[in-house]
Design a protein around this ligand. Structure first.
Ligand SMILES: Cc1cc2nc3c(=O)[nH]c(=O)nc-3n(C[C@H](O)[C@H](O)[C@H](O)COP(=O)(O)OP(=O)(O)OC[C@H]3O[C@@H](n4cnc5c(N)ncnc54)[C@H](O)[C@@H]3O)c2cc1C
Length: 417
């Protein structure tokens, strides 16, 4: 079923009785050409691009919960292409271009809104760093404008510009950046993959990976064994756990990142605003809630909720930048498990086991990466060689120390620096 305005109008007038389930609920087959472990944004996009770009449709996505139950439905939805170093820069640039056509391609409203991202700076040194980053973004073909203090005041009049500790000096404005509705991205890719023949198997936890003579042959699951010619591990925060099922040790630590949503307010914040010095970022959802977050909790964990000290820190940082938001009530908060690499950049690579692949290490920035990650992972699995824009993102850089991509020179944990 294709969605269109006429259909919505007709259903609205006739009691919404003829909407069909958005995807099938198939029984798992005994064998697939490709098994993807993890039905988050990256797993679903990989399945979609395997079918769409490479004609590989005998594919199963195995998800232990329900589609959208992981980080893809838990993030603060910021989409941007303001990375700087070679490797990351071209990858995220490719991803943003895919975002710009995603909704029409998937025939799904993901509420992608290019409302602009403004990264604030608070000293002359930081202005230099922002100018440098902006120039690198422009030379990659993306957009950046360096705003002075008055330029920021015009866009964000509600900030406390004279904060004693971090007065606002200006901001780097990335107009094509913005946000989207997170779970709609999962649903859009899921529906499109299903329509191309991919089996989405929910409530199917992978419990083991079968390997014979160094080659993967399938997986053990809570619904029984399933054979697979190629297997992809795309499980974000659970990467170390699932890799260990194949005897692999991967350079990933799992940490919690929290998000917060306020009660619905009238439109007040028209951009995505980031306050790096306070570890705070904020935007306003289309329903009116202020959506905001900060940095990682202080300890590695597999729980999906955060601790109180970080909650307090985020509220303090928010109020020091925008005192007015202290009047809003926080309605909800949650945590997600982040797959942190030592250099803060991701991995899309083969593993030591033949025909077993991994897509992981998205840290706290993998939502914006979903389209390009799926595109590149599908390319790797279909062609058995890395895609041009992800060729630097291998395991090797952690084995050898050569080619590390530490975007912010802070490693995986901002809060330890
Ligand atoms: C609070 C928060 C804020 C964030 N903000 C942003 C942001 O603003 N912008 C941005 O770009 N990124 C952001 N991120 C990061 C982004 O959400 C993640 O990097 C990205 O969603 C991870 O990829 P995924 O969608 O595939 O992960 P997930 O949705 O977590 O998918 C992995 C799936 O694997 C499944 N799985 C795990 N183990 C198994 C198993 N054994 N068998 C079967 N299935 C299994 C899980 O159930 C899960 O559904 C944020 C994350 C959080 C938590």
């Amino acid at each position: 079923m294709r969605y269109n305005a006429l259909k919505i109008l007709k259903e609205g007038l006739t009691g919404n009785k003829n909407w069909k389930p958005v995807w099938r609920e198939p029984e798992p087959k005994s064998e697939y050409d490709v098994i993807i472990i993890g039905g988050g944004g990256h797993g679903l996009a990989t399945a979609y691009y395997l079918a769409k770009n490479h004609g590989i449709t005998n594919v199963a996505v195995l998800e232990k919960g329900y589609i959208g139950s992981g980080n893809v439905g838990r993030n603060t939805t910021i989409v941007r292409a303001n990375y700087m170093i070679p490797g990351n820069s071209e990858f995220y640039s490719h991803s943003l271009k895919l975002w710009e056509t995603m909704e029409s391609e998937l025939n799904y409203n993901a509420m992608h809104s290019q409302r602009g991202v403004i990264n604030l700076f608070h000293s002359d040194g930081q202005r230099d760093a922002a100018a440098r980053r902006g120039n690198m973004m422009i030379s990659q073909g993306d957009d950046a404008i360096l705003l002075d203090r008055d330029g920021v005041r015009k866009e964000l009049p509600y900030l406390d510009f004279d904060n004693h500790r971090f007065p606002v000096y200006g901001g780097l404005f990335h107009k094509r950046g913005g946000n989207a509705r997170h779970d709609a991205v999962a649903w859009g890719y899921a529906r499109a993959a299903d329509q191309l023949g991919v089996d989405l198997i929910q409530k199917c936890a992978v419990t083991g990976i079968d390997i014979v003579n160094g080659k993967v042959t399938g997986v053990q699951t809570s619904l029984g064994p399933i054979r697979g010619k190629k297997v992809a591990i795309v499980v974000a925060g659970r990467s170390s756990e699932v890799a260990a099922m194949a005897g692999l040790e991967v350079p990933i630590e799992s940490h919690i990142l929290q998000a917060f949503v306020s009660e619905g307010l009238k439109p007040a914040i028209n951009h995505v605003v980031t306050f790096g010095m306070g570890h705070f970022y904020i935007s306003q959802s289309d329903k009116g809630g202020l959506v905001f977050g900060g940095d990682l909790d202080f300890h590695a964990s597999y729980s999906q909720r955060g601790n109180l000290p970080m909650m307090e820190h985020v509220m303090e940082a928010g109020m020091s930048l925008m005192p007015a938001i202290g009047k809003a009530k926080v309605l909800r908060s949650w945590g997600g498990i982040m797959d942190m690499t030592p250099d803060g950049s991701f991995i899309i690579d083969k593993t030591e086991v033949e025909n077993l692949y991994m897509d992981c290490g998205w840290c706290y920035g993998g939502f914006k990466a979903i389209p390009a990650s799926g595109w590149c992972m599908a390319h790797l699995m279909a062609e058995d060689k890395p895609h041009e824009v992800a060729k630097k993102h291998t395991f090797d850089r952690f084995r050898t120390g050569v080619g590390l991509m530490d975007e912010e020179s802070k490693g995986s944990q901002h809060n330890l620096h």
